[in-house]
Design a protein around this ligand. Structure first.
Ligand code: SF4
Length: 339
């Protein structure tokens, strides 16, 4: 369980019952507790080098109030982001959040969940009769903060009662047993992000092992949740095909033999921007992540900036491999995309 080294309460957070409850809890647990306005939070997080600032940020929990209730769009995964938490306790070297959350990437949870759900309902009504999908992991992995917020539980229950809205999130963490008995009406889709032992060991620091993720996903599947897997980022290294095949076989074995409801797959090959490459080199100076521009193709994406992808031939090989293996191993596998 995530135990922060310091907890910072934003001005206004103690006006909410969850804020007050967390304040009493952290005081009783004798954790360093501070109060601060939002714009001064970073001055309370120590560190000199980029690596130290990163570590201090990851060890800081901010209890906040979501003031701007204008939700960001979240294509192609959903219509809107559902801002329950931002930041993540994991330390994946390739993480997309490395360039999104500044030099002190603290974990920020929100105590005004009711305001957030009310706003989600407004967006849903505006899109009627269409169904609106909300993504709960666009700027976070929401599971590590769940024991403090209960935000996922609340969201699952909220969306179970909505005919025209759906909720989804993705995680690399396994503290999900609190979600098993909830009434979800299949309105929440839970996805696990997976990778091979080699990649998890080398680059996905402070996340759950593949075995634990598989066990947790099987429990959620048995509890009736729509389930999916994001295999990402796929890296090409000696033995990659054997290891990814092994991963898919372990996944099949983790599920009940009779599992017949669909299991979805999204497969994303590794890519990076120049900004991400520079940031990773600062935070993880010893990184062995494969980011050799010479061995990649450069492509402009839909947001106007370029990324370094594997060459076309390699991408075709990845596509062909996962299409073949997923179809062979899973009768109920549905491939959403392989990129
Ligand atoms: Fe980033 Fe996900 Fe790793 Fe957290 S678990 S550091 S959000 S990639």
């Amino acid at each position: 369980m995530f135990i922060p080294q310091r907890v910072i309460f934003e001005t206004g957070s103690l006006d909410y019952p969850l804020g007050r409850q967390l304040y009493s809890r952290f005081k009783a647990e004798k954790l360093p507790v501070l109060e601060s306005s939002l714009n001064k939070i970073k001055s309370n997080i120590p560190g000199d080098t980029p690596a130290q600032l990163y570590q201090s940020g990851k060890a800081t929990l901010v209890v906040g109030v979501k003031k701007s209730l204008s939700f960001q769009s979240c294509k192609p995964s959903a219509h809107f982001q559902l801002p329950l938490v931002s930041g993540c306790t994991g330390q994946c070297e390739y993480c997309y959040l490395n360039t999104q959350l500044g030099d002190k990437p603290f974990i920020r949870l929100f105590v005004n969940l009711e305001d957030i759900f009310r706003q989600a309902d407004k967006y849903t009504s505006q899109r009627l009769p269409d169904t609106t999908i909300f993504e709960g992991a666009a700027t976070s992995d929401p599971v590590p903060a769940e024991p403090y917020t209960g935000a996922l539980k609340a969201a699952i229950s909220h969306f179970a009662a909505q005919e025209n809205a759906r909720f989804r999130f993705v995680t690399k963490f396994t503290d999900i047993d609190g979600l098993l008995g909830l009434e979800h009406k299949k309105h929440t889709e839970i996805r696990f992000s997976l990778n091979t032992q080699t990649i998890i060991k080398a680059y996905e620091h402070k996340t759950a092992s593949a075995k634990k993720r598989l066990e947790a996903s099987a429990r959620l599947y048995t509890a009736g949740y729509p389930m999916g897997f994001i295999i990402a980022p796929v890296f090409i290294y000696d033995g990659w095909q054997e290891e990814y095949r092994e991963l898919l076989l372990e996944l099949r074995q983790a599920f009940p033999a009779s599992a017949s409801r669909p299991i979805t797959f999204e497969v994303i090959s590794h890519r990076y921007t120049t900004k991400a490459r520079n940031k990773i080199a600062e935070i993880f100076p010893q990184t062995t992540l494969d980011m050799d521009n010479e061995k990649r193709q450069f492509k402009y994406g839909q947001f106007g900036y370029g990324k370094y992808l594997y060459p076309g031939e390699t991408l075709s090989m990845v596509k062909e491999f996962f299409q073949r293996e997923i179809s062979r191993i899973f009768e109920n596998g549905e491939i959403k995309y392989i990129i």
